[in-house]
Design a binder for this molecule. Sequence first.
Ligand code: ASP
Length: 473
Amino acid sequence: MIHQPIKPAVVGSFLICLLLAAAGYMIPGENLHPFSPALIQMVRASALVLALILLFETILHIQLLNKILLGMVLGVVLGLQFGAQIAEVKPVGTAFLRLIQMIVVPLVLASLIVGTASLGDPKKLGRIGIKTFAYYLSTTAMAITIGLLMANIFQPGSGLSPEAQAQLLQNYQGQASEKMAQMGKTSITETLLNIIPTNPVDALSSGKMLQIIFFAIFTGIALTIIPENKSRPVIAFFDGLNEAMLKIVLIAIKIAPYGVFALIADAVGSFGLDIIFTLLKYTLVTTGGLLIMASIYPFIARTFSGISPYKYIKAIRPAQIIAFSTSSSGATLPVTMEVSEENLGVSNNIASFVLPLGATVNMDGTALYQGVASIFIAQVYGIHLGVGDQLMIVLTATLASIGTAAAPGVGLLMLVMILKQVGIPLEGIALILSVDRLLDMFRTVINVTSDLTASVVVASTENQIQPPEELRS
Ligand code: ASP
């Protein structure tokens, strides 16, 4: 493609915005100038975002995915450089997040109704369901085992000095008790019964994913049983709605570079790097375990579909980046579905069933993190966990991941349940709270990667995948 030469006016505007933003962020002391802090904040944040728009839309001629990647890198750099100040750009990220969240409920409802109806046979659905659950349970158990192994080998809890421990416990006590109070007290029977909605409209309006899935599947099945002249218009309606929602994903993804930039800058700006050093060993062991998991999925995908691992990683990257910057597999779902169908060639009826279910029940990254976190806390408190206790952790974490929302920080709440089960002091979560936001980003990437791999595995065994030619090894 031949590009028009960049107009000097564009370069000029870009430089002015950049200078304005730089001056705004670097001028120290409010009493050096007559402007109100609120005005300065608004001007410098707008100038920064405007500079970014000019850079991405008119100066750099690169692919969308590279723009998103660059947005992410710039977010990290500016977040580190300007710390909490950079939170001013967050509204751009929130707008992007809300835009993709807006699509989740109608997309899941429409695509699952159409997907189930087009399968045409409830038996087929049962078979797909069994395969999906078999994949989810086995990868979750594998992930948590890797987490436990890593924590037993590297002993992250042994590196924490008593002073650091006391300080963490003191600083995060309040937040820890808040989390403990948030932990629901519903029993397993109730959780399972809750999957059946008493009012589907309520389920839709409050975004109760498992209830929506249940209702959509039932409606889909019913549509295959009633006379065709009655079902046809309903299916056509939901099919159209599904198409329209996927179109919105494509539009939303165009502003992803800015959204990702703002979300990452805000997250990194609020971390405070020193705290990461205090918990360096724990952070490294967890991210190391997650990396091991990340390297396994492309090979699982190749075994079933023949897609080259390297190309697989490239094809799923958009969903991974959105997962990283939003820390929510639920919010990422529209992008995950788009990637599965468009980039990997998974059929709509498999993607629409496996992925919404996966976003809710399959959390490999979270399970792995819970394995490391429980051992870490036990080590700090000098509690020895035997094989029996560790098996209990595997079981509880696997079960706990079912029925919990796919939202930021949920993994931490589930951890409270696990600690309780094996008798580790619950206040121990205060020790890991400070790095939780960071680890949430990494574990959500793994959660989403696992869901995508499930869609490839199930679709391959059902002959419902047609990967684009360029993905083959
Ligand atoms: N944020 C994760 C997700 O949405 C859940 C968690 O580990 O907190 O997948």
